[in-house]
Design a binder for this molecule. Structure first.
Ligand SMILES: NC(=O)c1ccc[n+]([C@@H]2O[C@H](COP(=O)([O-])OP(=O)(O)OC[C@H]3O[C@@H](n4cnc5c(N)ncnc54)[C@H](O)[C@@H]3O)[C@@H](O)[C@H]2O)c1
Length: 358
């Protein structure tokens, strides 16, 4: 019997609510499989920051370095500036553990109301691949002459050849396993150094993948195409900032951010990878038991896929699709009136019914 050791970091707000729901589903599929889970929960987040001045302990990364995977809820809450919560917990994990690939699938499921007119599930099924370790999210910069009329603020972007090539390689490889069509997000008309460099590396990488159709759009028109022509896309690769923006827009066109999952992957498997919903801590609905648990549940399915448990992943996703299509247990963000736990219970019941062949 395989035993997977999972570090769970529920974090803040609805993160604390949806992670236990995802764990229920992981336990439900494990019950009928040849693996078990050992969950270790870490209370890192904004409450801890308020008490200790730190989002996580000094040796936090050391404590989770040897787990098989990390399962995270959301980080950030009013009262703690967002750049402190993000840079105190999430970004150190992504960077120190070389999770340089952020994969964010976008899919319109039958049964989920789509905000775009006349769009069907077959029109919206793509993956945003976001560079996760460098780019625009850099610590290089600073302020001069603070508080004076001459105040200056500078923020540097960092695009290394190693960092750019490895994310592009991942995206091209992913395209090969899907529709063989890759779209690059750029802005080489306005950003005159890093983005022409990004475009050059796309052209160079494309030489190795003559079977992949490649196109590129500037980020401004690309956001419009996401809304007007979501059927044009299959794999979309972007820098840290562009990928971040596109991966909130994508789920919005597919109905709700409440179902959007993500993987932060260290492809070399030198460190654990991390799985988390795209959404944040949603302070506006936290504590009410009405959050959509599906982003966390789909993220749990991606965790299983990463561990090599493909059939367990598929069982979860079949149950999610069934519950969405039936429409009896939808949370408010999907136009329903069910509570979070009712939605999870419907998915769990579906998994169990399939286990015993009902
Ligand atoms: N990866 C992360 O941990 C992460 C990601 C984004 C934002 N944040 C943090 O979360 C906090 C709130 O950020 P925000 O308001 O920009 O984004 P958010 O994703 O928390 O919320 C945006 C909107 O979507 C709704 N929403 C989000 N998840 C939902 C769900 N599962 N079910 C139903 N509705 C849902 C919220 O109610 C809100 O109206 C901030 O502190 C931010 O820094 C963290």
């Amino acid at each position: 019997m395989k035993n997977y050791k999972i570090a769970t970091i529920p974090g803040d707000g609805i993160g604390k609510e949806v992670i236990p729901e995802g764990i229920k589903i992981l336990e439900a599929v494990a019950a009928d499989s040849d693996f078990t889970f050992q969950f270790e929960t870490f209370d890192w987040g904004c409450e801890r920051y308020a008490e200790t001045g730190k989002m996580m302990p000094e040796d936090g990364l050391e404590q989770i370095k040897h787990h098989d995977a990390i399962y995270l809820g959301a980080v950030g809450y009013p009262g703690v500036p967002d750049h402190i919560s993000l840079w105190g917990l999430l970004i150190p994990i992504r960077r120190q553990f070389q999770q340089y690939v952020n994969v964010r699938p976008v899919k319109l499921f039958p049964g989920v109301p789509c905000p775009l007119a006349n769009r069907k599930p077959e029109d919206i099924d793509f993956v945003v691949v976001r560079e996760n370790n460098e780019g625009e999210y850099s610590e290089i910069g600073g302020r001069l002459h603070q508080g004076t009329e001459e105040e200056i603020c500078v923020q540097e972007s960092v695009f290394t050849r190693r960092g750019t090539d490895r994310i592009l390689k991942y995206a091209f490889e992913l395209s090969r396993s899907r529709a063989k069509h890759l779209t690059s997000a750029t802005k080489s008309n306005g950003i005159v150094h890093t983005m022409p460099y990004w475009d050059e590396r796309v052209v160079a990488m494309a030489q190795n993948y003559p079977d992949i159709k490649v196109d590129k759009f500037h980020i401004d028109i690309l956001t419009a195409h996401f809304v007007l022509h979501p059927d044009w896309f299959d794999v979309v690769v972007g820098s840290n900032l562009f990928g971040d923006i596109l991966s909130d827009l994508g789920p919005a066109v597919a109905g709700t951010i409440g179902i959007a999952p993500s993987s932060n992957i260290n492809p070399e498997r030198n460190f654990p990878s991390m799985f988390e919903p795209v959404h944040g801590s949603a302070p506006d609905i936290a504590g009410q038991g009405i959050a959509n648990p599906i982003a966390a549940i789909w993220s749990a399915a991606l965790l299983l896929e990463h561990l090599g448990e493909q059939s367990a992943h598929d069982r979860i996703m079949l149950a999610v699709a069934k519950v969405l299509e039936e429409g009896q247990a939808l949370t408010a963000d999907m136009g329903g009136s069910s509570a979070m736990k009712e939605c999870t219970a419907a998915i769990e019941a579906n998994i169990k019914a399939n286990e015993i062949g009902i």
